[in-house]
Write a protein that binds this ligand. Structure first.
Ligand code: ADP
Ligand code: ADP
Ligand code: MG
Length: 599
């Protein structure tokens, strides 16, 4: 016996635009039973009791709106919440322990925010009975885990003191009209707001109205607000979005300190390097986005992230990706590529009123992926715009003949039409070709998005579509400005592989700005490092080998990396550890050579 789940993407289900194929072709319906019917809302309703799991409706639905999955029966009793019939359901909950940071990682739409909302007491779990909400006694009775029972007892008795940094920080200005300082004063129960303001580099930002803050400023302000409340449980839902690596590290410091003070901390994060660095334990939320999510048992952060990359949960005996992600264990060779140069630029200067960018000239070769690392407001976008001819340099001249396709940092969704027509137009009609399908459409699961309106896409979906549209546009050089923003952990990995394969196999070139160090590590052959003072002066290096570039960048951060022995993935060393000290001594911040590793 298995447990059958039928989930419907209500937005995608459009009975007015189809011939009700799901209802007409369902073999159970044809036997005069009502397995799939049109419900009161005018959308398909699927009976999980009658469904035989034949999969015909899934194939027949022209909009890919139906998901049917068979799960291990044991999960049945572990259902924590279900939003409604054929709607998303969550199985099991993350376990929190005093004085530790529990990391939670998983795809978008797999229930991370749902889990947080339940543990924070904002959403009363219904154990799957969406039509008759159980009371707290019933809820507490169903859980075996002592930590979770105790947790819900406290919520029921209103004794739980919680603090949340919500995922959607951009909604905060709608509810707080004043400046950042007045907001922090309002919530500061621990009297540590000044310390937080200085550590999160918010000195200037707190005097601005919330609606005038940049995404990164707003994110760090929200982290400060969450951390200055006096609570037992602290929840941080994706605190690295919009922040650069320096800012991510400062946020990390705040989070680990809360745990060190004996608080319970839960962190949801897609930046794996960061998650690994801060978390004591990691739990993976696996499942099918929009249909169901299951929280794995806790693992140490090292094991948890290795499992994540491997795509297989040994304790649950579940494979959630059909291939493992591999890293090169040893340093790449410092060899020059011997392919032709496609773009060359001289030393450049750009002066704005308050900001100056100085660029050391360089070149881009065929088949080369250049990663670009640097703080926010240091001139990375300005550099790409100068090469792309969008901004004119104040000194130096850009003469690039190669055709450039550019994905900007800030995306707009005011395209009228669906994803298929947008991508089809970008690709000049090659969208249906086998090569495009296997190189881009399948690895990024774009099929599911084809019939959605561009205007209705989530942040992560819009980003995937924008990156795909950029790659599908016929060009010699591809510029991608922050492609990982809003994208979940699985898509980050797929995206890195897609970009790299695409550029190499087609002999194109790319420049990629991003703050996810692991993504840059997977994708790039060479690096440009931006240094200087944000908002004042930026200095862009010439293209460097990956070794040299990473060493320079990590030295600025004061962070060293080691390689995980089993998977070769980069891991941040604990500051002051033996390896950290040794690597700083010999000036090797990123890679250790074979010989050095053996010592
Ligand atoms: P994550 O944080 O992992 O991206 P969420 O917990 O936000 O995932 O959402 C999981 C799934 O539950 C999504 O498919 C989402 O559409 C659905 N969902 C979230 N909130 C509701 C709600 N109030 N009613 C119905 N479905 C919801
Ligand atoms: P990054 O991409 O590294 O975050 P940008 O290149 O977007 O940085 O911006 C660098 C600096 O230049 C910032 O301080 C920004 O405010 C400033 N800047 C960018 N564009 C303009 C402009 N058109 N006019 C004046 N200042 C600008
Ligand atoms: Mg979420």
């Amino acid at each position: 016996m298995t447990l059958r789940i039928a989930a419907l993407d209500k937005e995608a289900c459009l009975p007015r635009k189809c011939q009700l194929q799901c209802i007409n072709f369902c073999p159970v319906n044809r036997m005069d039973s009502e397995c799939i019917v049109l419900g009161d809302e005018g959308k398909a309703v699927i009976s999980e009791e009658l469904c035989t799991g034949c999969g015909i409706c899934i194939k027949k639905c022209p909009f890919d709106a139906i998901t049917i999955v068979n799960l291990a029966k044991e999960l049945g009793t572990d259902k924590v919440h279900q939003y409604g019939i054929n709607e998303f359901r969550l199985y099991r909950l993350p376990i929190l322990r005093r004085g530790t940071v529990a990391g939670l990682v998983g795809r978008n739409g797999v229930g991370k925010s749902t889990a947080i909302n339940i543990l924070a007491g904002n959403l009363k779990p219904n154990l799957g009975n969406w039509d008759s909400q159980p009371d707290w006694d019933q809820i507490i009775d169903t859980f075996q885990t002592p930590e979770i029972r105790e947790h819900f007892q406290k919520i029921a008795a209103s004794e739980l003191r919680i603090s949340i940094k919500p995922q959607a920080v951009y909604q905060i200005p709608q509810v707080w009209k004043g400046d950042g300082l007045s907001m922090l004063k309002e919530v500061d129960e621990r009297g540590n707001r000044e310390d937080l303001v200085s550590r999160l580099n918010l000195e200037e930002s707190i005097h601005k109205k919330l609606s005038d803050l940049s995404g990164g400023e707003l994110q760090r302000l929200a982290v400060a607000a969450a951390a200055c409340k006096d609570a037992d449980f602290y929840f941080f839902d994706e605190p690295s979005s919009y922040n650069d690596v320096y800012q991510r590290l400062s946020v990390t410091g705040v989070i680990t300190e809360l745990a060190a003070e004996g608080k319970f901390v839960l962190l949801v994060e897609h930046d794996l390097t960061l998650l690994d660095y801060v978390s004591d334990t990691v739990q993976i939320l696996f499942g099918e986005p929009g249909a169901y999510g299951v929280v794995s048992s806790p693992m140490s952060s090292r094991v948890g992230l290795n499992v994540l990359l491997d795509g297989y949960l040994p304790r649950e005996n579940i494979r959630f990706r059909d291939h493992p992600v591999k890293f090169e264990i040893y340093a790449p060779l410092d060899e020059e590529m011997d392919t032709p140069v496609v773009a060359r630029y001289p030393n450049l200067v750009k002066r704005y009123k308050d900001f100056t960018l100085k660029v050391t000239g360089g070149e881009l070769k065929q088949g080369q992926v250049m990663g670009i690392l640097g703080a926010n407001a240091i001139g990375k976008t300005t550099f790409l715009k100068m090469l792309g001819g969008v901004e004119k340099p104040s000194e130096g001249e850009v003469e690039i003949k190669a055709k450039i396709s550019y994905k900007p940092q800030y995306l707009s969704s005011d395209y009228e039409g669906d994803v298929r027509s947008l991508l089809s137009a970008a690709s000049g009609g090659s969208l249906e070709s086998g090569l495009v399908q296997s190189e881009i459409v399948n690895p990024l699961s774009l099929n599911k998005l084809f019939d959605k309106n561009v205007a209705s896409l989530s942040g992560g979906e819009l980003q995937k579509v924008a990156v795909s549209a950029c790659l599908l546009t016929d060009a010699e050089v591809y510029f991608l400005d922050e492609p990982s923003a809003f994208i979940d952990v699985e898509d980050r990995i797929s995206l890195a592989k897609v970009i790299q394969k695409f550029v190499r196999s087609r002999g194109r070139s790319a420049m990629i700005v991003d703050h996810d160090v692991q993504l840059i590590d997977i994708v790039s052959d060479s690096l440009m490092i931006f240094s200087g003072t944000p908002s004042v002066e930026g200095l862009a290096s010439n293209p460097l080998s990956k070794n040299t570039g990473m060493d320079i960048f990590l030295k600025q951060l004061g962070v060293t990396y080691r390689r995980d022995i089993d998977t070769g993935r980069p891991r941040v060393n604990k500051p002051g550890s033996k390896l950290d000290k040794k690597q700083k001594e010999i000036g090797r911040y990123y890679y250790l050579d074979k010989v050095e590793l053996k010592e």
